[in-house]
Unconditional design. Structure first.
Length: 115
């Protein structure tokens, strides 16, 4: 039905997945790995039914075009690290320019007590 997963639907989906895997020549273990959310029993039943059908009718497996490695989620690339701000600009000036240096000197003079 409309987005509702019933046991019958899960069973049918699992059988279809298993049959498709067998037709593509995939091993049952690979099929389980690629379809981790599927019901293993249903996948196996579909795989086995298709195996019997293919043997009876002498049908060769169809080689999959997409490799299993391509189907697995790819890791996200690491985020670039932020560049650290330089402590001193070229020419030896402190960040903030000459005024910044004067303010720093004034701050150090104010910090000293005058007793």
């Amino acid at each position: 039905m409309l987005g509702i997963d019933t046991p019958e639907k899960k069973q049918a989906d699992g059988k279809a997945i298993g049959a498709a895997c067998r037709h593509a020549g995939r091993a049952i273990e690979d099929c389980y790995t690629l379809n981790a959310k599927g019901d293993k029993a249903a996948i196996y039943a579909g795989w086995r039914e298709m195996d019997d059908y293919m043997r009876e009718n002498k049908i060769e497996p169809v080689a999959p075009v997409i490799k299993p490695e391509d189907l697995l989620p790819k890791p996200k690339p690491p985020k670039p690290k932020a560049k650290p701000k330089p402590e001193a600009a070229e020419g030896g000036a402190v960040e903030g320019g000459a005024d910044g240096a004067a303010q720093d000197e004034g701050a150090s003079k104010r910090a000293k007590p005058t007793h």
